[in-house]
Ligand binder design. Structure first.
Ligand code: HEM
Length: 500
C-alpha cells in the first residue's frame, strides 16, 4: 500500500503513517481521566468533613461539579452573577473537577480575603492563558508565588516611577517602553498606523482570553486538543505582539552591549540595565520580553474603558460635561494644555473617572487569588487551592453600600478628592479598582494619572455632543466584558484650535 501522506494505518495495522495518533490520544485521555478521578476520590476520602460549611452554590455533580452548567450557560460570568442573585448571596462556591471557585460581591468579605488573610490568598492559578501570555510564568502579575514572582515583583516595585510617569497618554505605553509612539510610520495626522492598530488589537485579544473559563485549566491533559480554540487565538495574539516587540528589544540589548548607549531613556533601558547584587544583569531577554508584554496589557484596558464610559455617561447628563470643563478652565486656564501637575486639583474630573471605574469595570472578575491553606472566611470553609474571584461590578454596584448604585453620580466621591491625592484606588474594596494587599496593582499612581489625564485632555480640548439623530447615548454593556456594547461615537468640536 502506498502511503503518500500523513495519517493512515494499513490493513495489517502496520504503522506506515501517523494515523495511530487519534487512538493513542484517546487512550492517553482515558488513562488521565482515570488518574484524575482516582486522585479526586483519594482527596475526598482523605478530607475530614470541615466544621464550617462551604459557601452556598449550585449542587455539584460528583467529580464533574458544575462543569456542564458552566458549559451550557455562556458567558460564564453572567451565569455566575445570576445564580448569586437568585440565591441572594454575596459569596458562593462553584466546584469544577475538585477546584472551588469562590466569587465574592461583599466588601466586608473581600476585605477579609484580601486584607486579613492576604498572605493565604495571594497565589495565582496555573492556567493556559496565563502561561502563554507570560511566556511560561516569567512575569509579575500572572506568576504563582515563588522565586520568579518575588524577583519580578521586586523589579516592578523598585522601578523609577518618575521616569515612568514622564511620558503619558495616547501611545503612552509604547513611548514609555520603546521611546517611540509608532512601530511603523503612523498616520500623517499623528494617529496610529496599521502596526499600532494590530498591536493594540492583539493586546486586547490577550486580555479577552486571560483567565477565561477554559476546560483544559481543570483537566490539563486536554490542553493538546484545544477544544475551545483558546490556545490558537492566544498563540496568534502573542505572535503578533512579539513581532512588534522582539526586534526592538533585541536591537536595544545589542546597542547596550556594543557600548553605543550610556544613558537610560525609557523603561526598556531600565529593564536591560537592572543588576543583581553581584553586578550581573538581573533579567534575561525572555524575562524582559514577557514583562514588557504584561506591562503593555496591564496599561491599555482599564484607563481606556473608564474614559469611554465616563464620556458616554456625561454626554447623557451634559451638566456634568459643563461642570468638568469649567473646573479645568478654572484650574488650568485657557492658554495651555492640562499638565500632570494640575491633575490632583481637578477634583470633579477625578471623581468622574473614579465613578466610571466603580460602575463600569472592564473585567467581570479580578484576577483569581488562590489559597495556600484551608481557611474560614465569613463563617464559611474555604479549602486550600480555592480560586477567589472578587466580582468587580458586584462590589461597585452593591446596593447595600452604594445608594442609587446603578446611577453615574461622581459627587459621591467628592469627599475623597483632596488636592494632594491623585490615586483613584479604594483599598477598603467598597468598589473595585486597583485591589489591595500583596497582589494589589503596583501601577496605582500611573494608572490613575493616565486615566485622569486622558479624560481631562478630552474634556479640555473638545466640546462634546451626542450625534444628530440620537437623543441619548446607548449605555448597553457588551456581553463578554464590561465595555460599551457599541463603541462610543460622539461629535467633538475643538475648543482651542491653536492646540490641535
Ligand atoms: C486604571 C488603571 C489600572 C487598573 C484599574 C489596574 C487594576 C489592577 C488590578 C485589579 C490588579 C489585580 C490585583 C489583584 O490581583 O488583587 C492589577 C494587577 C497588576 N497591575 Fe494594574 N491596573 C491599572 C494600571 C496598571 C498599570 C499602568 C500598570 C503598570 C504599567 C499595572 C501593572 C500591574 C501589575 C504588574 C499587576 C500584577 C501585580 C501582582 O500580581 O503582584 N497596572 N492591576
Amino acid at each position: 500500500m502506498n502511503c503518500t501522506s500523513g495519517l493512515r494505518v494499513d490493513s495489517r495495522l502496520r504503522f506506515t503513517s501517523m494515523s495511530w495518533i487519534p487512538y493513542f490520544s484517546g487512550f492517553m485521555a482515558l488513562v488521565l481521566l482515570v488518574f484524575t478521578m482516582g486522585k479526586w476520590i483519594m482527596i475526598c476520602l482523605k478530607n475530614n468533613k470541615p466544621r464550617f460549611p462551604l459557601p452556598p452554590g449550585p449542587k455539584p455533580l460528583p467529580f464533574f461539579g458544575c462543569i456542564f452548567q458552566m458549559l451550557r450557560n455562556r458567558p460564564t460570568h453572567r451565569w455566575i452573577y445570576k445564580v448569586m442573585d437568585d440565591m441572594n448571596t454575596e459569596i458562593a462556591c462553584f466546584g469544577i473537577f475538585g477546584v472551588h471557585i469562590i466569587p465574592v460581591t461583599s466588601p466586608e468579605l473581600a476585605r477579609e480575603f484580601f486584607k486579613k488573610h492576604d498572605s493565604i490568598f495571594s497565589n495565582r492559578p496555573v492556567c493556559m492563558s496565563a502561561e502563554l501570555s507570560s511566556e511560561g510564568f516569567l512575569t509579575t502579575g500572572l506568576s504563582p508565588l515563588g522565586d520568579q514572582y518575588k524577583k519580578m515583583k521586586r523589579m516592578i516595585v523598585s522601578m523609577d516611577i518618575r521616569l515612568a510617569t514622564r511620558h503619558y497618554l495616547g501611545n503612552v505605553i509604547r513611548k514609555m517602553i520603546f521611546n517611540k509612539r509608532f512601530f511603523g510610520k503612523g498616520m500623517e495626522d499623528g494617529g496610529p498606523g496599521a502596526e499600532e492598530v494590530e498591536h493594540v488589537n492583539a493586546l486586547f485579544k490577550l486580555l479577552a482570553y486571560m483567565y477565561a473559563f477554559s476546560l483544559s485549566d481543570y483537566m490539563p491533559w486536554m490542553k493538546i486538543f484545544d477544544f475551545d480554540g483558546h490556545r490558537k487565538v492566544l498563540t496568534m495574539a502573542i505572535a503578533c505582539v512579539r513581532r512588534h516587540h522582539d526586534p526592538e528589544i533585541e536591537k536595544r540589548i545589542k546597542t547596550w552591549e556594543s557600548g553605543l548607549k550610556n544613558e537610560e531613556e525609557d523603561l526598556l533601558d531600565v529593564l536591560i540595565r537592572l543588576k543583581d547584587n553581584k553586578g550581573r544583569p538581573l533579567l534575561t531577554t525572555e524575562e524582559i520580553r514577557a514583562q514588557i508584554t504584561e506591562l503593555m496589557f496591564a496599561t491599555v484596558d482599564n484607563p481606556s474603558n473608564a474614559v469611554e464610559w465616563a464620556l458616554a455617561e456625561m454626554l447623557n447628563q451634559p451638566e456634568m460635561l459643563q461642570k468638568a470643563t469649567e473646573e479645568i478652565d478654572t484650574v488650568v486656564g485657557k492658554d495651555r494644555l492640562v499638565q500632570e501637575s494640575d491633575l490632583a486639583r481637578l477634583k470633579y474630573v477625578k471623581a468622574c473617572a473614579k465613578e466610571a471605574l466603580r460602575l463600569h469595570p472592564y473585567a467581570p472578575f479580578n484576577v483569581p487569588h488562590v489559597s495556600t491553606q484551608d481557611t474560614v472566611v465569613g463563617g464559611y470553609f474555604i479549602p486550600k487551592g480555592s480560586h477567589v474571584i472578587l466580582c468587580r461590578p458586584g462590589l461597585g454596584r452593591n446596593p447595600r453600600i452604594w445608594g442609587d448604585s446603578l446611577k453615574f453620580k461622581p459627587e459621591r466621591h467628592m469627599n475623597d478628592m483632596d488636592d494632594a491625592r491623585m490615586d483613584l484606588n479604594d483599598p477598603e474594596l467598597n468598589m473595585f479598582s486597583f485591589s489591595t494587599g500583596r497582589r494589589g496593582c503596583p501601577g496605582v499612581l500611573l494608572g490613575s494619572t493616565l486615566t485622569v489625564m486622558l479624560l481631562a485632555r478630552l474634556l479640555q480640548c473638545f466640546n462634546w455632543k451626542i450625534p444628530s439623530g440620537l437623543s441619548q447615548i446607548d449605555l448597553a454593556e457588551g456581553m463578554d466584558a464590561g465595555f460599551l456594547a457599541k463603541p462610543l461615537f460622539a461629535v467633538a468640536e475643538p475648543r482651542f484650535p491653536q492646540f490641535n
